[in-house]
Write a protein that binds this ligand. Structure first.
Ligand code: SAM
Ligand code: DTB
Ligand code: SF4
Length: 322
């Protein structure tokens, strides 16, 4: 049998207690199990490379406590207009030339208006025609909007659960966990790959981290891509100035994501600017196999390409073919 699922690794019946127990494993045992699972499903040298572009920045009506783009916080991020198609395409070409295989376009919307969606569909078509994989994150979607994006050639839709169901209300009040689950099922039903993860370092408990992974690993299908973000603290946001998460607790979250969603690509997502090379190396050892590449996330800095090229070379990592 070559069916890897036959071994029972890919489970949708994880209990919260199972996941809590993984978090509580001795660190070397957790790392060993994660690294073993990583090798069973992937070439552990390969890292998927995505580049992000904010196609519509700031002015967002939602109140996500972490986000510099919310109108509820004074962070100095102004509200911009939707970027012109030509600008998006020239950024995508630069990302491709620099070595990215996927281009992710983010908009600070609660949900897209239909006339905006037409413009985003043209961006998706143009980026796809360059031979890049396409990803967008535009907020909540209706079913017909997901279908239109799929027809335009969209490969991935990013929509995060962000945290555990219990902690969620402390972080966002303007839309519910169920709203997010509904968007995810519309994306899935339209045949688009799901990119869904969350943020740690928001003052949540370990049990909340377990709850977040539990929510992800018990979705009807595991997201193809699971971004694990470390909170980027931005002055003016509600979460600025809180205690930082211990780096090993971040690494543990990656390892538990890898063990519970073995066939998913796990992205060491936002927060790398604040991480040592050693912490990042532990994340790759724990099964992370994707990063954002390029000097900017949406509004905050990310390591420059030269620095990442050097780190990948030092660790013997290579880009994952699309
Ligand atoms: N507005 C859309 C939405 O929220 O669905 C799409 C863009 S939003 C910026 C995409 C994701 O970025 C959020 O769900 C959140 O997980 C992540 N994010 C935003 N601000 C962050 C921060 N300061 N640190 C880490 N991740 C962050
Ligand atoms: C995701 O999970 N992380 C990315 C992407 N999806 C869109 C966004 C990170 C944003 C970090 C804060 C900023 O740069 O504004
Ligand atoms: Fe708006 Fe998205 Fe930021 Fe929340 S995370 S405030 S929805 S841009």
């Amino acid at each position: 049998m070559t069916d890897k699922t036959s071994s029972g690794d890919i489970r949708h019946d994880w209990t919260r207690a199972d996941i809590r127990a993984l978090f509580q494993l001795p660190f070397p045992e957790l790392m060993f199990r994660a690294a073993e699972m990583h090798r069973k499903y992937f070439d552990a040298r390969q890292v998927q490379i995505s580049t992000l572009l904010s196609i519509k920045t700031g002015g967002c009506p939602e109140d996500c406590a972490y986000c510099p783009q919310s109108v509820h916080f004074d962070t100095g991020v102004g509200a911009g207009k939707l970027m012109a198609l030509e600008t998006v395409l020239s950024e995508a070409k630069a990302a491709k030339d620099a070595g990215a295989s996927r281009f992710c376009m983010g908009a600070a919307w609660r949900s897209p208006k239909d006339r905006d969606l037409d413009k985003v569909c043209a961006m998706v078509e143009g980026v796809k025609a360059m031979g890049l994989e396409t990803c967008v994150t535009l907020g909540m979607l209706e079913g017909d909007q997901a279908t239109r994006l799929k027809s335009a050639g969209l490969d991935y839709y990013n929509h995060n659960l962000d945290t555990s169901p219990e902690y969620y209300g402390d972080i966002i009040t303007t839309r519910t966990y169920q709203d997010r689950l509904d968007t995810l099922s519309r994306v899935r039903d339209a045949g688009i790959n799901v990119c869904c993860g969350g943020i740690v370092g928001m003052n949540e408990s370990e049990d909340d981290r377990a709850g977040m992974i539990h929510a992800l690993a018990t979705l009807p299908a595991h997201p193809e891509s699971v971004p694990i973000n470390l909170l980027v603290q931005v002055e003016g946001t509600k979460l600025n100035g809180i205690a930082k998460l211990a780096p090993l607790d971040f690494v543990r979250t990656i390892a538990v994501a890898r063990i519970t969603m073995p066939a998913s690509v796990v992205r060491l997502s936002a927060g790398r600017e604040d991480m040592s090379d050693e912490t990042q190396a532990l994340c790759f050892l724990a099964g992370a196999n994707s990063v954002f590449y390029g000097p900017r996330l949406l509004t905050t800095p990310n390591p420059v390409a030269d620095k990442d090229r050097a780190l990948m070379a030092e660790l013997g990592l290579v880009p994952m073919p699309a």
